[in-house]
Design a protein around this ligand. Structure first.
Ligand code: NDP
Length: 242
């Protein structure tokens, strides 16, 4: 049985990935930071559907907690075959409103968090016969977004991280790819009103917003044998927005 570690899997895109990977026979490690009850609810749901999983609390910005999480993956999952770096936060406000502590929090979570977990997990992933790292970037990392400078910068950096690590990890048989979702209906976007959502839909060739399941399906594809010759890519799951 392969093991997948999904950061930020208590809700949204990460939770959809957890359900889909568990349904597809993975031992699924559900990482959460604050939403313990949501993570436990998801664990119970997966187990009720005969899936195998566990929850692990770790703040991706805390290297000690991250190391402990990787040890637990080894102990209970026998290693790590697939790592999905999904945990992320956003900040919506002008550049002038992006105070230094806000900048630090966004970069620490969205970029340094990806580094922290990958750094701690890479040796284990290299031991897998089919190691995969999937990072969740964003269309805004490519396109740029007004009022989301820190977020967009962090997500652009995740794409650069992906392309570079793919070159380094390729000879070890590990693929490293990035998914750049468009507007996905999760709590992260709950602040946008109906008019803003309509505007996004108007600018999206497939005429709808995305779902967490759309992103999870692409993550499953990148983890599959069908994607064994795919690495260093940034794959848009955005309905054609870019
Ligand atoms: P949600 O806000 O719904 O969920 C965010 C998840 O990240 C939660 O599970 C949360 O865990 C976790 N998280 C946040 N900070 C930390 C931390 N320090 N350590 C561990 N976990 C943490 O967001 P989405 O599901 O929408 O987003 C998931 C990813 O997809 C993010 O990286 C986001 O940037 C990206 N994305 C989202 C898009 C969208 O339109 N929704 C578009 C493009 C990219 P907890 O609640 O337990 O603290």
């Amino acid at each position: 049985m392969k093991t997948v570690l999904i950061t930020g899997a208590s809700r949204g895109i990460g939770a959809a990935c957890a359900e889909l990977f568990a349904d597809n026979g993975y031992f699924t490690v559900i990482n959460y930071n604050r939403s313990e009850e949501r993570a436990e609810e998801l664990r119970r749901k997966i187990e009720a559907d005969c899936g195998r999983c566990m929850t692990v609390k770790a703040d991706v910005t805390d290297r000690g907690e991250v190391r402990r999480m990787i040890s637990l993956c080894e102990y209970h999952g026998g290693g790590i075959d697939v790592l999905i770096n999904n945990a992320g936060i956003d900040f919506y406000g002008t550049f002038e409103q992006t105070e230094p502590h806000v900048w630090d929090e966004v970069i620490n979570t969205n970029l340094t968090g990806v580094y922290n977990v990958t750094y701690a997990a890479l040796e284990r992933i290299k031991e897998s016969p089919c190691g995969r790292i999937i990072n969740i970037s964003s269309v805004w990392g490519t396109y740029g977004a007004a009022c989301e400078v820190a977020y967009s910068a962090s997500k652009a950096a995740v794409a650069g991280f992906t392309r570079s690590l793919a070159r380094e990890a390729g000879p070890s048989g590990v693929t490293v790819n990035c998914i750049a979702p468009g507007f996905i209906e999760t709590e992260m976007n709950a602040r946008f009103d109906e008019a803003a959502v309509k505007d996004v839909i108007y600018r999206t060739p497939l005429c709808r917003t995305g779902t967490a399941y759309d992103v999870a399906l692409t993550a499953l594809f990148l983890s599959s044998e069908a994607a064994s010759f795919v690495t260093g890519q940034v794959i848009g799951v955005d309905g054609g927005f870019i």
